[in-house]
Design a protein around this ligand. Sequence first.
Ligand SMILES: C[S@@+](CC[C@H](N)C(=O)[O-])C[C@H]1O[C@@H](n2cnc3c(N)ncnc32)[C@H](O)[C@@H]1O
Length: 264
Amino acid sequence: MCLTGLMADTFGVPRPDKVTYYGQVAGSSAGRDYKQQVLAALDLRPGQTVLDVGCGPGTDLADMAEAVTASGSVIGVDVEPAMVEEASRRLADKPWVEVRRGDAHALPVPDASVDRARADRMVQHVADPAGVFAEFRRVLRPGGLACVAEPDWDSLVIDPGDVETNRAFNRFVCSTMVRNATVGRQLARLAHHAQLEVCDVVTAAPVFRDFTLADKILGLSRNAERAIRAGQLDRAAGERWLAELSAGPFLATSVLFMAVVRRT
Ligand SMILES: C[S@@+](CC[C@H](N)C(=O)[O-])C[C@H]1O[C@@H](n2cnc3c(N)ncnc32)[C@H](O)[C@@H]1O
């Protein structure tokens, strides 16, 4: 299976390869920091069963496997066959890790069977976030914890460049590119409605000062081009904005929410 070919989306803009993109996020200092926070919040112990919903290419499975040790078990679930294949390949040397193809709305996991669960930037993509939280409640054992980390794309602030273009860019990303673009701020409410106890909500707001890195992770050029092609951003304003950002000095930040919830 080809994981590196560039494909164009409906706007005719090339999509970055997903495995490479997830690796870039996880390898950045911002990515490492918040993933460490999620791991610490899960408070994993040897012997536990832990579930990673939307595990992607297995980005975080090895860290969880190390924490629960071979006396525990790790289950990765992803809806995309290419992710399941890549995660299975990466974790092949750890037989206590199993990667299953499945949907977060109907997890391939029995009721009350996991001690810990996590989802990292997965809920932003699903059709029914409330249904996904109900699934977390179903699969967690009483007393079990889940940590869900999601961005809020409307919180992206960038300097230099005019504020109106920054806002137009955010409006386009939130209305067209990401299904649940502001789900980060909704996590505590979703957990509450799923009858999960909200233990904590914390935020991370990584600061990017390198345009090239921010462009890769936040999709500035590719989404500005899509917004222009969709008629939601004036071409001259969009190109001027990108030229100013790339000339720098550059700064961008945006809020990522992490909610720690418990099944009582
Ligand atoms: C932004 S990626 C994050 C991957 C991984 N958690 C990481 O941090 O590198 C989101 C992942 O969620 C998966 N996903 C999206 N919708 C899903 C669903 N309904 N059920 C299961 N996985 C889903 C995608 O295939 C993708 O691998």
